[in-house]
Structures are given as C-alpha cells and as structure tokens.
Design a binder for this molecule. Sequence first.
Ligand code: ZN
Length: 256
Amino acid sequence: MYYAWVVFFHSINLATLILLLTQHYGWALAIFFLPAPWYMIQIMKASARALGPAITRFATQRREVWLTIDDGPDPASTPKILAQLEARGAHATFFLIGNKVQRHPELVAEILRHGHTIGNHTQSHPCSWFWIASAKKTAEEIDTCAQTLRAAGAGNTPLFRPPVGLKNHALHQQLAQRSLDLVLWSARGFDAVTHNPAKVLARITADLQPGAIILIHEKSSVTAGEKELLPALLDHLAREDYRSVIPPAEALLREI
Ligand SMILES: [Zn+2]
C-alpha cells in the first residue's frame, strides 16, 4: 500500500520505453518528467501522504492545540523556553536532535521534569540529504537518536519527526518496523527562515483550530531573539481560549 508509488514509477518507465520504441519522442519526454514535481511534493509537503501515513492533527472536542518545538536542546534556549511555558501553564513536545542531546543530556531531565514530552528528531539533523537517504542511513539516524535519548533518560519515544519534515522513499517502512509515528504539523510560521516574529505569528494563527499541531524551532532568531515568538504565541492562544496540551496517543490521527 505504502509502495504504490513504486509501481507507479515502474509504469512511467515502461510507458516511456514504449513511447520511445514507437518513436513518440515528445510524449516520452513529457511522461518521463511529469512525476518529478509530484514526488517532490510528497517528500516536502506535510499533508502529502502518498508515501505513507503522517500525523498532522489530533482529535479533540475542546479548544486544544499541540505545540511542538524542534531542534533542541540548547542551554541558550531550552531553559528560557521551559520558563515561558511554565509561566503560562502550557505543555509541549520537544523534538530533540541526538547530537545536541549528547552535548547537554541534563536538559532532557529538565524538559521531562516540567511535564513535557520528547520526540526523536534524528541524530545529526541531515536536512540536506535526508530526502535521498537510503534505508540504512535512515535507520541509522532514527536508531542512534533513539539510543541517545534512552541514555539521557528519555525512555522510548513513539514520536518521530524528520529534519525539516522531509520524507524519503524508505522512511515509512523504517518507522513502521519500530512502531514510530511520523508527526508533522498543521500550523507553522517558517520561523527558521523568517526573522519577523509578527509575520511568523500571523502565519501560525491563521491555521489555528482545535487539534492543530504547531511547529516552532528552538534556535530560530524569532523564538530565542529579543522580540520572542513564544510568549506572543502563548498569549494569543490564551486570548483565543486555546490550551496547549500533549494529546494522548489514541487521539493522534494517523491519516493516509
Ligand atoms: Zn529540525
């Protein structure tokens, strides 16, 4: 089921071959290159699920959202973020990078002590090549981070988020073998690339609804910078009567 696209690509190749052999060169070229943009969308877009299931929202009857914070831990930002969450009674899930956990394992205990949860965000956060990674490399990134998190006292997290949310051809099978859920998002403000907190906040709030999964980054200049995105976001949630919660596993919508 997850690999329907493999059959699809073989069909494309076969069709191209037949068109070449029957000297329909223009059609052969068009048929061959047409699927490339489609495949890139499947890899890059959170809501594209032809490669396999992904969680981009959760089921709730209340005004609740799930705040997810990527790319920590870091002594320059994690304690500050924990204090900001605590001040507003908000809970979040931190998708941590294994290499950073190895440098600051004590921050894992701090995150857990404050009642938050932790997800696997790969060992080295290979955003430039994860989308073309082999099954072996994909497994290595997942397993090394899982070991690092266990060694730091985080236990076995059932949650995984790839770097920049990029999927690859092997990812879903590797996750299924490990009973890991692919958690993406439904609301993000591109805080890693936009340096204007108001713009980032406006993008996030435009997509707010009960069951939304919000993505922000620990080290982006708007999160940890002077103007600070997180307090503004938490204030906005409070004004709109939203609670920032960690949804139970059974509420996660594994959509295909
Ligand atoms: Zn990341």
